[in-house]
Write a protein that binds this ligand. Structure first.
Ligand SMILES: NC(=O)c1ccc[n+]([C@@H]2O[C@H](COP(=O)([O-])OP(=O)(O)OC[C@H]3O[C@@H](n4cnc5c(N)ncnc54)[C@H](OP(=O)(O)O)[C@@H]3O)[C@@H](O)[C@H]2O)c1
Length: 292
């Protein structure tokens, strides 16, 4: 059984390739460019393909049985086109299972462009006729990796996470869920919320990082989203992304992005263990920064 992994060289895809290999699956990893030897586990086959070029994607899919489909960060504006292209070509090629990475509460934040794209892809997959699993991960704990300058320098936790609590997930648990859906029976037609037990609250995150980094870290707050959006542009975010993230976090703060214990329990049952938490990832990251 061979799985084509789209998004294979990214944050999630790298872990998905590892998790699939550990479960004994054959893996073909798609990338747009020839990788340096050693960049991938030797066991993974490489296929060159670009989601904006259906001919190359059709070629990459040939001879595979299942598809892991993730649209990378830079392409979420064209996710609908790219995901439906890959899905349509996989269906044409007779692929037997598709696992698609959407987002937690995709249907409840349709004013956020990248959520609306994902929900439209989900709906197309649900009626498309190929056995599927939809994964709806929450906020990645690994997002915090880029906060090092603000945390260790300025002493500010800059994410407007609010006070109610945002659902989070570790990408390694997301990857394991993906590998399970592609290698075990019983996941056809399922949509899974991938949410940890511990939610992210702005003031708590500041306290966690203060303790881990042994310095005073303050929470930047969530009162001024015009400022948040402008700051994202100043820091170099593409203009469309600054708007998208502003609408997303504003929606989270105003309407909530929290999960229930039942949702976490269902995720734990899928994994066969408790999902990793925000604090455990923060501890790992703090140790890594201290050692660097
Ligand atoms: N960040 C969060 O908190 C969060 C939460 C829930 C859901 N998500 C979703 O997770 C996804 C991001 O995952 P990630 O962080 O792993 O992404 P990422 O690191 O940006 O993934 C990049 C991958 O996409 C591939 N790629 C980019 N453009 C491509 C193209 N035109 N054709 C083929 N492959 C292409 C890259 O391949 P090469 O460069 O090797 O060609 C690479 O493998 C997004 O869909 C996002 O909405 C994120």
């Amino acid at each position: 059984m061979k799985v084509l992994v789209i998004g294979a060289t990214g944050r999630v895809g790298t872990e998905v390739v590892k998790a699939l290999l550990q479960r004994g699956a054959d893996v073909r990893a798609m990338t747009r460019k020839q990788r340096n030897p050693g960049a991938f586990p030797d066991a993974a086959e490489i296929a060159l393909g670009d989601l904006s070029d259906p001919v190359s994607v059709a070629e990459a899919i040939k001879g595979t049985d299942k598809l892991f489909l993730l649209i990378g960060r830079e392409n979420v504006t064209v996710e609908l086109t790219q995901a439906l292209t890959a899905y349509g070509l996989a269906k044409k090629a007779g692929v037997k299972q598709v696992t698609y990475v959407s987002v937690f509460k995709a249907d409840q934040f349709l004013e956020v462009p990248h959520f609306a794209n994902k929900y439209a892809v989900e709906e197309a997959i649900r009626v498309g006729g190929v056995p599927y699993t939809i994964l709806r991960p929450a906020y990645f704990t690994q997002n915090e990796r880029v906060l090092r300058p603000e945390l260790t320098g300025l002493g500010v936790y800059p994410i407007p996470a609010g006070n109610q609590g945002l659902a989070v997930v570790d990408v390694r648990d997301l990857a394991e869920a993906a590998a399970i859906s592609l290698t075990e029976e019983g996941h056809n037609g399922k949509t899974y919320d991938l949410v940890s037990s511990e939610m992210l609250r702005g003031p708590d995150a500041a306290a966690t990082w203060s303790k881990l980094l042994r310095k005073e870290i303050s929470y930047a707050g969530h009162a001024d989203f015009d400022r948040f959006e402008a700051q994202l542009r100043e820091k170099g975010s593409p203009s469309w992304l600054a708007y998208d993230l502003r609408v997303m976090f504003q929606g989270f703060v105003e309407r909530g992005f929290s999960n229930t214990e039942d949702q976490t329990a269902r995720f734990a049952a899928l994994l066969g263990c408790r999902p990793r938490t925000y604090s455990s990832f923060a501890e790992e990251l703090a140790r890594e920064w201290a050692a660097a």
